[in-house]
Design a protein around this ligand. Sequence first.
Ligand code: ZN
Length: 180
Amino acid sequence: MKKHNIFLAPHLDDAALSCGDLICKLVTRDEKCTVITIFSGSPATKFLSAAAKQFHSNCNFGNNPIFHRKMEDKNAMRLLGCEYKHLDFLECLYRADEPENHIYSNLNQIYCYNHDKDKNYEYMVEKALYSEVKDSDVVYAPLSIGNHADHIMTKILYLDYQRKYRGKFIITKIYFMFLE
Ligand SMILES: [Zn+2]
C-alpha cells in the first residue's frame, strides 16, 4: 500500500515553508502527501479586532487575506505535487467567545495559548482532525516553537491523539517550525 503522509499545518504556508523539501522528497519516492491546514476559515469582517485589522494592514490584501493566502497555498501544493485540505476553523486572531469579545485582542496575546477560553474551539478542532486521520497514516505535527496559540493547540491535539491511540499509528513525527 502507498504510504500516506499527513502534515498538520496550523496556518496556510506553515507546511510549505517548514517541510516543503521533505514533502518534495516523499512525493519523488511516490508516497502520497496531504497537507491539512486547520485555521484557514475566513472571518466575519464586521467583527474584526484591532489586532486583526492591524494584521490585515500588514498583509496589504484588504479585509480578506485568507482568500489570497489560500490561492498562494494551492499554488505551492501544486508545485510540490501534494494534496491539500483547507479546514474552516478561524485563526486565533479572529476567535471570540462572544461577538466582539475577541480572545486574542492584541498581537502580543497570540503567543500565549488561552486554554480556558479556547477549550470549546479545541474540542471542535479535535473532532474534525480525528475524522481526517487513519491508523496507517504517517502524521507530522508542528513543534510549535514560538508558542503561537494555533500551533500550541495543534500540538496539544496531536499529542492527545497519540496518547489515546498509542501504537495504532505506524509512525508519528513532530517537525520543526521557526518563530513566526
Ligand atoms: Zn503558523
